[in-house]
Write a protein that binds this ligand. Structure first.
Ligand code: TRP
Length: 364
């Protein structure tokens, strides 16, 4: 499929539909593509053939969409997307308005529960955001289930100095105040290098809803992220060093894009989160996507995950030989603890652009 004359909405919608089929999610494809269209907002109608009208941070080439496939032992894969809603004429404030309009529409159509979002929205949606990223969606598609929706908010939206206060307050408002100190003590120990980067909420009823906090670890080594992983309970932190090695190669310090920790709070988690994920921005630590693919296969082998499922998904999204570019495989994450351990691989749409091998390291 050529992006020529195709809108971002249609381009990514076709990719989504193909990806869903490639992993065996064959029911209700049209509805799933409809959900993506809703989430993109009116900016999704812009053509994929011209340069981006908004510098979305979701993907390196500014496509406002990123795919991922989540693998777990003895379970069919899940397809997910990160989506930035944008306005017809995008700006920070126009995009926030468009995001809230999309949410209103989706709330009714998809029966979303926005209680927790409503409890924190005034923290994260100021009138003059200090950042381009204010509001992203995560859409999650599973076989035989209605898709679920999550919102990502930006703790830096009132400036870096205010980020910790925002996260603390947001955890308090969502019922997890007691789980905050353990996070700060393990994961935010290097001033100026460990940064609160995302705050996320499931838009489902509270009993099942997760609250997630993400911390980016700039110039971190394996010891730093192993310590960070210890903030979560019931997590086998011994898996961290090996995952770093398998995905990052022979790297001491991850000095390009940061490693990222996410902490999952579930109903009943009193003193600490019960889920931890580590994200490696693999695209910065390989020369091309074929090398990234081999590393992902090594990780999947280690955890007894079916490699053909990943290869099918990858082949569906790739429109070029894997060694002709880098960044199609953007991140790899290891999920530990609750709700479901496994491996997730993030795949770029590349609707606008492909990064040439190695050149990415110059851009960082
Ligand atoms: N593109 C951004 C980044 O690389 C945000 C992002 C997209 C991201 N997908 C992600 C961050 C997956 C962590 C994990 O940081």
């Amino acid at each position: 499929m050529d992006p020529q004359n195709v809108s971002i909405r249609d381009f990514t919608g076709r990719q989504l539909s193909a990806l869903l089929h490639s992993v065996g999610i064959t029911e209700n494809t049209d509805k799933s593509v409809g959900l993506l269209a809703d989430a993109l907002g009116p900016g999704g109608l812009h053509p994929a053939s011209t340069s981006p009208v908004w510098p979305s941070g979701v993907a390196d080439d500014h496509t406002p969409v990123e795919f991922s496939t989540a693998f777990a032992a003895d379970e069919p894969p899940t397809v997910r997307m990160i989506v930035e809603p944008t306005a017809t004429r995008p700006s920070r404030s126009a995009n926030t308005s468009a995001a809230l309009a999309t949410l209103d529409r989706m709330r009714h159509r998809w029966n979303l529960d926005t209680h927790r979002f409503d409890a924190v929205r005034n923290l994260f949606l100021p009138e003059d955001p200090e950042h381009d990223f204010t509001f992203w969606y995560s859409l999650v598609f599973r076989a035989d289930e209605t898709p679920t929706v999550k919102v990502y908010l930006n703790p830096q939206v009132r400036g870096e100095a205010a980020a910790e206060g925002l996260v603390r307050e947001a955890l308090e408002r969502t019922g997890f105040a007691a789980g905050f100190p353990v996070l700060r003590d393990h994961a935010v120990t290097r001033p100026g290098l460990d940064k609160y980067s995302f705050f996320a909420l499931d838009l489902v009823e509270q009993r099942r809803a997760r609250v997630k906090t993400y911390i980016s670890h700039h110039a971190a080594d394996v010891a730093d992220v192993t310590r960070a992983a210890k903030a979560a309970q019931g997590v086998d932190v011994d898996r961290v060093p090996d995952f770093c090695l398998l995905t990052g190669g022979n790297t001491g310090t991850f000095d390009k894009r940061p490693l990222i920790s996410s902490y999952t709070y579930l109903d009943g988690d009193v003193d600490a989160p019960s889920g931890y994920s580590l994200y490696v921005p693999i695209r910065d630590y390989v020369t091309n996507d074929e090398e990234a693919r081999r590393r992902v296969l090594a990780v999947m082998g280690k955890y007894d995950l079916d490699p053909t499922q990943f290869d099918n998904a990858l082949r569906t999204i790739a429109r070029r030989p894997l060694d002709d570019g880098v960044g199609l495989i953007a991140h790899v994450s290891l999920r530990m603890g609750r709700p479901r351990p496994g491996v997730t691989v993030y795949l770029s749409s590349e609707a606008y652009d492909v990064a040439t091998p190695r050149s990415i390291s110059l851009a960082v």
